[in-house]
Design a protein around this ligand. Structure first.
Ligand SMILES: Cc1ncc(COP(=O)(O)O)c(C=O)c1O
Length: 396
């Protein structure tokens, strides 16, 4: 009882938590499938999945069983010893990506840090990495330096040297930036945090060609787009390109912390014991969850993601609203860009009022990342609430 009261008072004042997050005043106490429940027992439709993480919904029974079994044996032994769980997952990821070897860490930013190091190891004297304006690769110094968004850098400079930035979806700009010191190009196949920006296939094909011509490593950050989110295991598979490194996290273990960098043999061949590591990386509990996630990503699940994504997009496109500028996305990664004037009316909060969880991305874009297990009725529920929110918008 005392603890409960204490917890309540702490939540009210947020007293000991560093104020680096702006939190909504809702605490979820449990979740099941596509729904979350708050302290009052109110039910919310989860169209965010903890920012592209819980693709197979909350409390998935098969994932829970695998995690429970792992918890019953051991939780951690370090990467000094063999891990058949890691080996099985690595084999699955290598097979799914047509790449060769896998490094496991704990998060997206760590996966990208690893990719940056591996690309530089490959490049030897060539150390510069080209990334795209509007990109987001993480918050630690290497991946922050790769993320070409000035607002993220403010207060944290100097950045790590060795990055060049070019406009996204502009292959010519990349061509013009190739100098002798460049070793890699690092891109999100679809920019997520940047506002759900889908580039053209020609662009990505051209980037692939530039990498081949110049012996550069193509790093695709699939932290948000990977593990089924767009209706294929990896988003780049829609564009028919072949990267040298793919980074993953978010959806890979349905909520347990895990990141991965999948690399080609030409990159892997340069890495030797001691070059990189992580105490917790590829911990057995997360690996157990991820091994189930990969098994759940069947053809049938991917088709559901694609079909539901198309249906949601179609339903959104039927809405005739003065406030909507553009609807973009692929699979269950969809953004609705609003007119500038809507900025302050905060659609996310209005939707929370209707018990729907979503979030913003980029400039004025509402981001939807629904679970892979949604069906028509959830789409109808969302559309119904979204339409009523559009009626509630008051311009300031
Ligand atoms: C494309 C991309 N890369 C990297 C990251 C960083 O991942 P993490 O927050 O797990 O470090 C994110 C997180 O939003 C992301 O969307």
């Amino acid at each position: 009882m005392y603890l409960q009261e204490k917890e309540n008072s702490v939540l009210e004042s947020d007293s000991s938590l560093l104020q680096n997050y702006k939190r909504y005043p809702i605490e979820f106490t449990h979740g099941k499938g596509v729904y979350l429940y708050d302290r009052n027992g109110d039910e919310y439709l989860d169209f965010l999945c903890g920012i592209a993480v819980t693709g197979f919904g909350h409390s998935h029974p098969v994932i829970k069983r695998a995690v429970d079994e792992q918890l019953a044996s051991f939780w951690h032994v370090s990467n000094l010893f063999e891990s058949s769980g890691q080996q099985i997952l690595a084999e699955k990821l290598a097979g799914l990506s047509d790449l060769d070897k896998v490094f496991f860490c704990n998060s997206g930013t760590e996966a990208n840090e690893a990719a940056i190091k591996f690309a530089r190891k490959f490049g030897e004297k060539r150390t510069t990495i080209i990334s795209a304006e509007g990109s987001f690769h993480g918050r630690t110094m290497g991946s922050l330096s790769a993320s070409a968004q000035v607002k993220l850098w403010q207060g944290f400079q100097p950045l790590t040297p060795g990055f060049k930035y070019v406009p996204f979806n502009d292959a010519e700009a990349i061509r013009h930036s190739i100098t002798e010191d460049v070793c890699a190009i690092m891109l999100e196949p679809i920019q997520g945090e940047g506002g759900i920006v889908v580039p053209s296939q020609e662009y990505l094909k051209e980037v692939e060609a530039i990498c081949k011509e110049n012996n550069l490593i193509l790093i695709l950050d699939e932290v948000q787009t990977g593990m089924g989110r767009t209706g294929k295991i990896f988003a780049h598979q829609w564009f028919d390109i072949a990267p040298d490194i793919i980074t993953l996290a978010k959806g890979i273990a349905n909520g347990f912390p895990l990141g991965a960098a999948i690399v080609s043999s030409k990159v892997a061949d340069k890495i030797k014991p001691g070059d990189h590591g992580s105490t917790f990386g590829g911990n057995p509990v997360s690996i157990a969850a991820a091994n189930v996630v990969v098994n759940l990503l069947t053809e049938e699940s991917l088709i559901n993601i694609s079909n539901c994504g198309k249906e949601l997009m179609n339903e959104l496109q039927k809405i005739n609203s003065y406030f909507i500028k553009e609807i973009r996305g692929l699979g269950l990664m969809i953004g609705i860009e609003f007119e500038e004037k809507v900025l302050n009316s905060n659609i996310v909060e209005l939707l929370l009022g209707k018990k729907i969880v979503t979030y913003f991305a980029g400039r004025n874009t509402l981001r939807m990342l629904p679970p892979y297990i949604i069906n028509r009725s959830h789409i109808s529920q969302f559309i119904y609430s979204f339409k009523s929110v559009l009626n509630d918008i008051h311009l300031e």
